[in-house]
Design a protein around this ligand. Structure first.
Ligand code: FAD
Ligand code: SF4
Length: 470
């Protein structure tokens, strides 16, 4: 049990990082898990603030101080039960949330420079250890309703939706075009942030709860939306955001210039042994430049390092302070040998006679803020420089592409392709087709795992109300 000055006497510890020389050759999580003693010590650093800012900043509004207290008291199963009341994938959010911008960024201990409570690491500990010790979600009070809902997409939004539906007696049947569940958790986020066994364990638990997965099944190709609407009581769409955003750079079509997501997905599929047809590109011995400053760019940087790249430079058009990616991941990338070219705008890529590439960068300075309040990068005249490389990976993000059947089914989208709510929305997350609900990246545009989980859970509540079960 903690004492009142534990936040001062025990330093913050999010789990020891594996040494750089060891971790940069393997696709394994880099933070060692906390054990019973260290997680209790870390949990005991919480001040139990009357108004917990961490919970407000957490997109699913986890009851953080309460489950920290249970961990401090050694009540693991109670902590797991409480943690699952607000989050369907706590062990995953504990690993991949940018905590520095969310719960931990809001921790009161930052104000006294004591270092935030390691909330993410304790959240991960609770579920990992509870599962190992045999804890399972309590389904004993669930009364089957006989109703079933088709969930399109087994990403965090679809899984969040399925979790709430099954806990309320409605059978979710989750369809995904990929061969495994998880969406970008499996086929985007690399193993050094999230090992695939974690998702496999979650799949087993969800199947035991009564969730049915129908994988390798694309809606609109293998099964029509008309079939789903006829066979199910409602449909949830959590199909994500997959449209590649081009940089508009001359030479972007050249061989050797790669899109970020196929590069990452092929790397995962290659390690899973499920890569079919597509060519696996390894960066072994190659000089790589990654364009972009978000999480995807950091994942491409660190994947290239692990594949044995000769060098990796990450070029971003704003400065470090104004980059969108998690600060933690930038620090990890730097430690692993990635070089950053801040304030650098790519303008053209050319092919050299030996087949290598010449990337022209121009320096930028930050000007007046744009409509989102972020300072616009402006080109500095006469600052061009050329970087010789073998591959350029473009990681400028993703947008949403409406499905071909949306018009016929009356599903409306905004100018950016994002699915929008019904004009008169009776139930949460209902689209302009009353029987179809939506959430996650498909609605928000490319965002975060935890927000997709939140929207999937909320949409399930909307569906239950629509079915008269809430
Ligand atoms: P997705 O995870 O994209 O899942 C959508 C699913 O729908 C997919 O499995 C897809 O196959 C399926 N699908 C689509 N269309 C059909 C169809 N017609 N029929 C059947 N199935 C279909 N977020 C973080 O919080 N932390 C991170 O560290 C982080 N790192 C990231 C790294 C990368 C490289 C990328 C690309 C994203 C990262 N994100 C991160 C963002 C996060 O992964 C997404 O915000 C989140 O996965 C969105 O969840 P979703 O369920 O809406 O969509
Ligand atoms: Fe923090 Fe994310 Fe967990 Fe919320 S879900 S407590 S933001 S790590």
């Amino acid at each position: 049990m903690s004492d009142v000055f534990q936040f001062l006497n025990v330093p913050r510890n999010p789990g020891e990082k594996v040494a750089v020389e060891k971790r940069k050759f393997v696709f394994k999580e880099i933070y060692s898990p906390l054990d019973k003693v260290t997680s209790g010590e870390q949990a005991g650093r919480c001040l139990s603030c009357g108004n917990p800012y961490c919970s407000w900043e957490c997109p699913v509004h986890n009851h953080i101080p309460h489950w920290l207290k249970l961990v401090d008291e050694g009540k693991l199963f109670e902590a797991a039960e409480l943690s699952h009341k607000t989050n369907s994938l706590p062990e995953i959010c504990g690993r991949v949330c940018p905590q520095d911008r969310l719960c931990e960024g809001a921790c009161t201990l930052n104000q006294v420079d004591a270092g935030a409570v390691s909330i993410g690491s304790v959240e991960k500990y609770i579920t990992d250890e509870a599962f190992k010790a045999g804890w399972r979600p309590d389904m004993s009070g669930v009364i089957p309703t006989g109703k079933k809902v088709a969930v399109i997409g087994a990403g965090p939004a679809g899984l969040g939706c399925a979790d709430i539906l099954v806990r309320n007696g409605v059978t979710p049947v989750v369809f995904d075009r990929y061969e495994e569940i998880g969406g970008l958790l499996t086929f985007g986020i690399p193993e050094f942030k999230l090992e695939k066994e974690v998702i496999a364990t979650r799949r087993k638990i969800m199947e035991e709860m009564g969730v049915e997965f129908r994988l390798k099944t694309e809606i609109g190709k293998d099964v029509t939306i008309e079939t789903l609407l006829a066979d199910y009581d409602a449909v949830f769409m959590g199909m994500g955001a997959y449209k590649y955003m081009k940089g508009g750079i001359a030479g972007e079509e050249l061989p050797g210039v790669l899109e970020a997501l196929p590069f990452l997905v092929n790397n995962v599929r290659n390690s899973m042994g499920t890569l079919e047809g597509e060519a696996f590109v390894s960066m072994q011995g190659k000089r790589v430049v990654v364009l972009g400053g978000g999480d995807t760019a950091m994942d491409c940087n660190r994947t290239s390092i692990r594949q044995g790249a000769a060098s990796v430079i990450c070029a971003y058009r704003r400065d470090e302070e104004n980059m969108p990616g998690s600060k933690r991941e930038v620090a990890n990338a730097k430690e692993e040998g990635v070089e950053f070219a801040w304030n650098s705008q790519p303008v053209k890529i050319e092919k050299n006679t030996d087949g290598s590439l010449a990337l022209t960068l121009v320096s930028t300075q930050l000007g007046a803020p744009d409509e989102k309040g972020r300072r616009r990068p402006e080109l500095v005249a006469g600052s061009e420089r050329v970087i010789e490389c073998d591959h350029v990976i473009v990681a400028f993000g993703f947008s949403v592409e409406p499905e071909s059947w949306f018009d016929a089914q009356g599903v409306k989208t905004d100018d950016w392709g994002r699915t929008i709510a019904a004009e008169k929305q009776t139930f949460k997350h209902q689209t302009s087709n009353p029987k179809i609900f939506a959430g996650g990246d498909q609605v928000r545009g490319a965002d975060l795992v935890v927000r997709a989980v939140y929207e999937g859970r909320n949409a399930a509540e909307g569906i239950l109300a629509y079915l008269g079960e809430w």
